[in-house]
Design a protein around this ligand. Structure first.
Ligand SMILES: Cc1cc2nc3c(=O)[nH]c(=O)nc-3n(C[C@H](O)[C@H](O)[C@H](O)COP(=O)(O)O)c2cc1C
Length: 521
């Protein structure tokens, strides 16, 4: 066997430094160092000028960003590659870094590989698609590269290192390990709040606290039966089984209004009626729309089946950390009645009632992940089941063994019934993971008391923490929470910030500095 390359270029595309660090480590590895490699960002690689003859080799190590796009220092390379014609002389190998929690996993390096192949370039090692645990893959890739450099071409073409990403069409079937009610039933209590644990050990699925779990639930058989009855056609249940029956898009409504010849529905779809439409759609399903505005004759079953989109996944905040081997959710079992029919949240009901595995996949939510360093204090604010991602963050801090100054403000109705995760929170506090646990139970006193009131009472601590660079994480109800929390922070920081520029409020400034993390629903 003889060495296959005299000249090696190691080119990286890297936004936050992982790929660059690997490129530098590779250059220092004895088998490569002997060839005195050049290390540079992909943007500096000149595909046309460099002599990519028999003796040269391009090793690409790059991450993907945005939606499977190149990091900033690789954008120019991609543009030039697109414009280039034949690259038949070029031999290359690609090591892609990514995160399966993003929909376009390793999108950029997959695209590079395809473009290079289209232009006749030759991969000497099969492309690697590595996830966040890339260190192990890199060690294996490097040892195969060593074999290839020594002339063993087969080793590169036999390598198979590609993490498969889960998604809507390729979901993971997770068993339910635990279902436990977190609040105590009482006649006037909030609807049930449940802790659900899903088994994910060995799935290869990756996530971090703050990310979301997408659940592909099945439609309620009762609703399918009611649709079949409305149509007088038993086959409706089968035809509509995998269709989205709850979240009805404007496009579908427009088409139903046209087919049904309904002026009332056409009117509701006018821009000026958007609030009325929102009110009408709250808790509605496709059977409501059909009953209210159409007849089985105006919207034949086959046409409805064609019109409706496939079932949409429902997203839940993950309440466990990424190394846990299981995914925890904290969900509310919503039940209500409308037009004489009792209804339940589609996926929530499915998660609570169904036996057997649940189809799921994770998606990254970088805006709600832990940021900053050990010196960055964390102010966590959650109401009701909005505690879920905050539990995830606390559990991640606990698992990391690197606690920070952390304070949780939790709001609910009544302490005796609604103190979700009370025991665990108290033990996190005893362990020193959580420094302050502040609760605001709105209905326990003579006057309503909410998290924003608790924030005011702790103004001194909060001001100090904000001055130390604290990040604020807020999760809960969209309608009330953000405005109330923003106003509370503006009030408590107003004095401290007197004299500062007034074209923004203190809360807006924190937002602009990337220190406010919101998860509102
Ligand atoms: C905002 C953001 C967007 C990302 N987008 C993607 C993506 O679309 N596909 C993917 O596979 N990985 C994505 N990632 C994950 C990165 O590719 C991964 O963290 C990688 O290890 C970063 O390497 P680098 O430090 O060399 O840039 C993203 C990460 C962040 C923070």
């Amino acid at each position: 066997m003889h060495a296959i390359a005299q000249r090696v270029v190691i080119a990286y595309g890297s936004e936050s430094g992982n790929a660059k660090a690997l490129a530098q480590a590779l250059a220092a590895a004895p088998c490569v160092a002997a060839l005195q490699p050049q290390v540079m960002p992909l943007n500096d690689v000149d595909l046309l000028q460099a002599p990519w003859g028999d003796e040269a080799l391009l090793l690409i190590i790059s991450s993907s960003f945005g939606d499977g796009e190149p990091p900033g220092n690789a954008e120019g390379f991609l543009a030039r590659l697109r414009q280039s014609s034949s690259l038949a002389q070029l031999r290359y190998a690609i090591f892609g870094l990514g995160d399966t929690a993003y929909p376009n996993f390793c999108g950029f390096t997959k695209q590079l590989d395809a473009l290079l192949q289209e232009r006749g370039a030759q991969a000497i090692i099969n492309r690697v698609d590595a996830d966040i645990g890339y260190a192990d893959f890199f060690a294996r890739w490097q040892s195969v590269l060593e074999q290839v450099l020594q002339g063993d071409a087969q080793a590169g073409l036999a390598l198979s290192l590609r993490v498969i990403a889960y998604g809507e069409n390729d979901a993971y079937a997770a068993d339910i390990l635990e279902r436990r009610q977190l609040n105590h039933a009482a006649p006037d209590a909030e609807p049930g709040a449940y802790h659900i644990r899903l088994a994910c050990e060995g799935s290869g699925m990756r996530w971090r606290a703050g990310d979301t779990l997408h659940v592909l639930a099945q439609n309620d058989p009762q609703l399918l039966a009611q649709l079949a009855q409305w149509y007088g056609a038993p086959e409706a249940a089968e035809l509509l089984r995998d269709k989205e029956l709850r979240q009805i898009s404007k496009g579908v409504l427009r088409e139903l209004a046209r087919l049904g010849g309904s002026d009332a529905l056409k009117g509701l779809l006018k821009f000026s009626q958007r609030q009325q439409l929102e009110q009408y759609l709250w808790g509605a399903d496709v059977l409501d729309v059909l009953q209210d505005f159409c007849t089985p004759e105006t919207v034949p079953l086959a046409q409805l089946a064609q019109l409706l989109s496939p079932r949409l996944p429902r997203a839940y905040s993950i309440a466990s950390h990424g190394e846990a081997g299981h995914i925890d959710l904290c969900i509310r079992h919503v039940r209500y009645e409308r037009q004489g029919r009792s209804r339940e949240g589609m996926a929530t009901h499915w998660l609570l009632a169904h036996d057997g595995p649940v189809q799921v996949y994770c998606r990254a939510n970088p805006g709600f992940r832990l940021t900053g360093d050990a010196a960055t204090p964390l102010i966590l604010i959650g109401t009701g089941t909005g505690i879920a991602p905050l539990m995830g963050l606390l559990r991640e801090l606990q698992a990391s063994g690197q606690p920070r100054q952390t304070c949780l403000f939790f709001g609910e109705k009544r302490q005796a019934q609604d103190f979700l995760y009370r025991e665990e929170l108290e033990s996190l506090q005893a362990e020193g993971v959580l420094h302050q646990l502040v609760t605001a139970f709105s209905r326990d006193g003579a006057e309503k008391y909410y998290v924003q009131h608790a924030l005011q009472e702790h103004a001194g601590t909060l001001r100090d923490w904000i001055a130390q660079g604290a990040h604020v994480y807020v999760c809960g109800n969209k309608q009330h929470l953000e405005r109330a929390i923003g106003a509370a922070f503006d009030a408590l920081l107003a004095d401290a910030e007197q004299g500062a520029a007034h074209d923004e409020t203190p809360w807006q400034r924190l937002g602009r500095e990337g220190r406010v993390h919101l998860e509102l629903y």
